[in-house]
Design a protein around this ligand. Structure first.
Ligand code: SF4
Ligand code: SF4
Length: 334
């Protein structure tokens, strides 16, 4: 299956699992990542979800109830990680936050920050503060031009205002109100590819810049590699860079990143209730399998277990998670 997945990309790479050298077994599930849908107020060039304002896909009321049941039933879930689209504007956002916080679980909201200025969502920062939600905010560069090029005109300015507002509420200084920023490299326009710089060093640069220029405080900077899927894949294909980028990622393979790969201890759920090993597999339609067939939220509830998957499903783009210092929704891996 692995050979098939890599060949389907039409690229001659070492199959990912052959490179790893052993099956990528699942560990006990600790993180439930829920992708609430594809609607977003932005339409960024690097978006692997291909989200945007015109997208209509989102969670149903029935699935939201099932997810709340899972959150309440399984103590082993430490973290509920909400993403999208812009999760704040999608059905189920507040009920899921409240159910998870009610059970004492960490809740992460992956926010684009600009949503706070859209009509109807102005209360979100105060809501997140009151619920004690951890905010993970995309800000792919600390320079205005680069951010606006990737995310749209005016996004940098709105993001700065949003961060200042979060700081005023205690985010970044109160130990219970964590504010993390996410960096990912600019998309390449030629054969000169790069991985994210060392996370600790870049965090220091971000901190100096944001404190110095805007008085903004944050907790951690998370560096994430651009995986060649979604709009990033289209960008690379249009410039005939797709194959060479995959080779670049393979050439930078680092075996030390395999043990902590996020897909080994999380479930990623889509707005239809299908289960995947990670958000990237979700976007590529590579569903998780158990010995009893494809995994769904309904199956987890029926079986009374989250640990029904034996092995992670992989593809050529997995080389993006194992290149250099590694990459995950929680930043660098080693
Ligand atoms: S990258 Fe994030 S903010 Fe940008 S379009 Fe995609 S979901 Fe929206
Ligand atoms: S893309 Fe990354 S997180 Fe997803 S299955 Fe592959 S290695 Fe794991």
């Amino acid at each position: 299956m692995q050979l098939k997945a890599d060949r389907e990309e039409g690229v001659q790479l070492t199959p990912f699992l052959e490179k790893v050298g052993f099956p990528l077994t699942k560990k006990p599930i600790e993180v439930l990542q829920i992708n609430l849908g594809k609607r977003c107020n932005l339409a960024c060039t690097h978006c692997h979800v291909e989200a945007g304002p015109q997208r209509t896909e989102e969670l149903s009321a029935e699935l939201c109830d099932q997810l709340i049941e899972i959150i309440r039933r399984f103590e082993q879930i430490q973290t509920v990680d909400l993403t999208g689209g812009a999760p704040e504007m999608l059905y189920g956002f507040k009920p899921l936050v409240e159910a998870a916080r009610g059970e004492g679980k960490e809740v992460i909201v992956r926010s684009n920050l600009t949503i706070y200025f859209e009509p109807g969502y102005e209360d979100i920062p105060e809501y997140c503060r009151d619920q004690g939600v951890r905010i993970v905010a995309s800000l792919p560069c600390y320079l205005e031009d680069n951010v606006d090029k990737m995310r749209g005109h005016g996004v940098y300015d709105a993001s700065i205002r949003a961060l200042q507002r979060l700081n005023a509420l205690g985010y970044g200084s109160n130990p219970d109100l964590i504010l993390d920023l996410v960096y990912n490299p600019q998309l390449p326009s030629g054969e000169k590819f790069s991985l994210p710089p060392a996370q600790a060093k870049l965090e220091k640069d971000y901190r100096e810049f944001f404190v110095g220029h805007f008085g903004i405080k944050f907790n951690h900077l998370l560096t994430i590699t651009n995986l060649p899927i979604g709009r990033t894949k289209l960008h690379l294909q249009r410039r005939h860079l797709y194959e060479s980028y995959l080779h670049f990622l393979e050439a930078n393979y680092n075996g030390d990143t395999v043990e902590p790969l996020m897909c080994r201890s999380q479930l990623s759920i889509d707005y239809l209730g299908n289960v995947y090993d990670c958000d990237f597999n979700q976007m590529e339609g590579l569903r998780s399998r158990s010995p009893r067939g494809m995994v769904t939220v309904e199956m987890l509830l029926t079986k009374g277990s989250l640990d029904v998957i034996e092995e992670v499903r992989t593809a050529a783009y997995c080389y993006g998670c194992t290149a250099g210092c590694g990459s995950s929704c929680g930043g660098a891996l080693v």
